[in-house]
Design a protein. Structure first.
Length: 185
């Protein structure tokens, strides 16, 4: 089932195979949660957003266009769910994530290495890199995270953030130049 395309799993679900939907959800659960956690910086809120995202996916599965990338569609729903969450909580505007401005704190990048000394070294390195990434404008920070942690293409990032592809690419290039200059300091 791992080799199956997302559209095939959806078709199997509509033919009565509930396991196909479970597999599809498990395929994207960590990515949706990671994206929600990045936006909220809170595991409980990320859990809520992730759950609500998959409920929306389930309710709107008939609207999914198999010509589109399912992961992009799912993360777009997650973004919109987070927007709704922020509006309800009146915590902050989503534009803070896509407009240039002050950076917010980032959590350490998790590392699955088994040796404790390697874990500590990589954790310290990741924290240092995150401190440097925090100095980037929000829009650049989001693009760096989506591209490197979620492994999204620039086209997928453009669709999720609803920005032109060239804007995403130029912000990414500017972010890399800025990161290099900050790393040399």
């Amino acid at each position: 089932m791992i080799e199956e395309k997302d559209a095939d799993l959806i078709n199997r679900y509509f033919k009565g195979d509930a396991k196909a939907l479970e597999f599809l959800i498990s395929r994207y659960l960590n990515q949706v949660y990671g994206f929600a956690f990045y936006l909220t910086k809170n595991s409980a809120d990320a859990d809520d957003i992730t759950q609500e995202t998959f409920v929306k996916i389930w309710k709107n599965l008939k609207k999914y266009d198999p010509a589109k990338n399912f992961k992009t569609w799912a993360l777009t729903i997650a973004k919109n769910t987070a927007l709704d969450f922020f509006k309800k909580k009146k915590m902050l505007n989503f534009s803070d994530f896509i407009n240039d401005g002050d950076s917010s704190s980032l959590e350490a990048i998790p590392d699955p290495e088994p040796l404790p000394d390697e874990l500590l070294f990589k954790k310290n390195l990741a924290q240092e890199l995150n401190k440097i990434i925090e100095q980037l404008p929000k829009a650049a920070e989001l693009i760096i995270k989506l591209h490197h942690q979620q492994e999204l293409t620039f086209q997928e990032i453009a669709e999720i953030t609803e920005q032109p592809l060239n804007t995403v690419k130029s912000r990414y290039r500017r972010a890399l130049i800025k990161l290099r200059s900050l790393l040399i300091k």
